[in-house]
Design a protein around this ligand. Structure first.
Ligand code: HEC
Ligand code: HEC
Ligand code: HEC
Ligand code: HEC
Length: 420
């Protein structure tokens, strides 16, 4: 199962990851997380990531192997099935490597694959720590220093910001700014200070600057619990965001669709986006007589995690497009759909597709056998882009429901409770 790592090496690697989780990411160990109804469990996925040797070739924020891309960069903004497609695309490379080393092909259950992919998705949510030198510059250039002090340096129009040095991630800073936003913005307008906006990692940089400069005594790093998207979804309703952005953040005539707003972003960037729009939002709220929602504790982190996961959980698919893909990807060269004899099994009776990752799991597990047939017959290896895997799965699902029942598809047990 596990391609080679000695216990020692995997412990080493595990501690690198744990260290990353604990120090730079500024959240408590994932184990503290309650299970969410969202697909996949990143904690379990992280263990699989170590056990199945992914770290031999891939790194997370620069720690790990260098053969494959850094997976902290690839995950964000892709739906689970898109990531499953990318994961499938590199099977030839992995099959060859695994065979060269004489180890067994790592197979996965559907739940394991969901966990693994959710981990790849999850790591991107967190930032590397910001750069304090840049933070000092933003603090000056965005004129925070004209109203706030840190470590005794700066003005006292607004409160000193030293207390935020307790945190590593900039979430609490973003939450503080959001909560005080309307009054702070009022002060800014009245003093003729332009309302600052944030781009990229600027908020993370300011956080790093506060940590470095603060005169806070007896500072103890407070780890936040890992954000919980399911709780964020509840808050999205409770804080009335749904009134304007609709359920699932799909947008209404009062507020934009949020599914694409946070696509390629990390936590501090999403926090920046929220802030950048808070002024307009607060006037939109005022105009409709809504009170301005405030956040406490880790609430903003949860809402951000929800926004981040909205895209990940997209399901559905287009069966008609899927039918075309079945031809164009060359599946028909090996699979029949009506009982004729073919190189691979008849897929009109496949048990794989009913759940969202069923197809990806079945294909991955059968990868080496498919690979051998494709190599001997010189058939091009089918790869997937964008939503192709989702559409293909939808098509095979349709096919299985329409096919004369040869054998009833057994009810799928545990995964659907967690997979949408
Ligand atoms: C033998 C080295 C190797 C191992 C082991 C390996 N990968 Fe990869 N992976 C690669 C390479 C190389 C690529 C780049 C694509 C390619 O060349 O096919 C890649 C690409 C990917 C991609 C797509 C990234 C992109 O930007 O397209 C994902 C997702 C991925 N790997 C996940 C995993 C996971 C999860 C594991 C553990 C189960 C794993 N890989 C194990 C070498 C490896
Ligand atoms: C024109 C003055 C002004 C500027 C410029 C300004 N702030 Fe503020 N800020 C305030 C005031 C006033 C408050 C307190 C508002 C209240 O009482 O609700 C505040 C509150 C805050 C809070 C909440 C503090 C707490 O104790 O919870 C944070 C965090 C914050 N500001 C960060 C920033 C950052 C970062 C910048 C620069 C990007 C900035 N502010 C720029 C005036 C300003
Ligand atoms: C009264 C209606 C209203 C409510 C309530 C509301 N918003 Fe908004 N939201 C808007 C509008 C309008 C915009 C676009 C503002 C702009 O363009 O600056 C927006 C923009 C955003 C954006 C940026 C979107 C983008 O494309 O960059 C995010 C993220 C966001 N809102 C999140 C939230 C969250 C989270 C809540 C709940 C705490 C919330 N909104 C509550 C109306 C609302
Ligand atoms: C080169 C021939 C070949 C091509 C091309 C091919 N397959 Fe396969 N496929 C096979 C073989 C052979 C098996 C059975 C492997 C085994 O027994 O382990 C298989 C197994 C499968 C399975 C698991 C069997 C089941 O009933 O769930 C699925 C799903 C699958 N293929 C889907 C696809 C799809 C979708 C495509 C097109 C993108 C495709 N295959 C392209 C040869 C191929």
């Amino acid at each position: 199962m596990d391609p080679t790592p000695s216990g020692r090496a995997s412990r080493g690697v595990a501690s690198v990851v744990r260290l990353l989780m604990l120090t730079s990411l500024g959240v408590a160990p994932l184990a503290a997380q309650t299970p969410s109804p969202f697909a996949g469990d990143p904690t379990a996925g992280r263990s699989l990531f170590l056990q199945r040797g992914c770290l031999h070739c891939h790194s997370i924020w620069g720690s790990g192997g260098t053969l494959g891309p850094d997976l902290a960069i690839v995950g964000a903004g892709r739906s689970m099935q898109q990531l499953a497609g990318m994961f499938w695309n590199h099977t030839p490379r992995m099959i060859e490597t695994v065979r060269r080393r004489g180890v067994k092909w790592p197979t996965f259950t559907e739940e394991e694959l969901a966990n693994l992919i959710s981990y790849v998705y999850y790591v991107k949510l967190f930032d590397e720590p910001g750069d304090p030198a840049l933070g000092a510059r933003w603090f000056r250039e965005k004129r925070c220093v004209e109203c706030h002090s840190v470590g005794g340096k700066g003005e006292k129009v607004g409160p000193a910001l030293d207390q935020y040095a307790n945190y590593i991630a900039p979430i609490m800073l973003a939450e503080g700014m959001w909560n005080h936003g309307p009054r702070m913005q009022y002060k800014q307008v009245s003093r003729g200070v332009a309302i600052p906006t944030f781009a990229g990692r600027e908020m993370a940089d300011i956080q790093a600057y506060i940590r470095q400069t603060s005169s806070l005594r007896g500072r103890k790093v407070r780890f936040l619990l890992p954000p919980q998207p399911a709780k964020g979804q509840q808050l999205f309703g409770a804080k009335k965001c749904v009134r304007c952005h609709g359920p699932e953040g799909r947008g209404t005539s009062y507020g934009p669709d949020l599914r694409t707003a946070t696509l390629p972003l990390r936590v501090s960037e999403i926090a920046g986006v929220l802030w950048n729009h808070s002024f307009q939002m607060s006037s939109a709220m005022q105009a409709r007589g809504f009170s301005f929602p405030r956040f406490e504790g880790a609430e903003m982190a949860d809402v951000i995690a929800f926004l981040y996961y909205v895209r990940f959980n997209e399901t559905g698919g287009n069966s008609i497009v899927g039918a075309t893909l079945f031809e164009s990807k060359g599946c028909t060269q090996c699979h029949s759909r009506g009982g004729e004899k073919s190189i691979g099994p008849d897929l009109s009776h496949s048990k794989a597709p009913p759940t969202s990752l069923g197809l990806a799991t079945a294909m991955w597990n059968h990868g080496p056998a498919m690979y051998d047939r494709a190599t001997t017959r010189k058939i091009e290896w089918p790869g997937f882009e964008k939503d192709e895997m989702r559409d293909l799965a939808e098509y095979l699902r349709d096919l299985a429901t329409r096919a004369p029942a040869r054998k009833a598809i057994p009810p799928v047990t545990s995964p659907p409770a967690r997979l949408p």
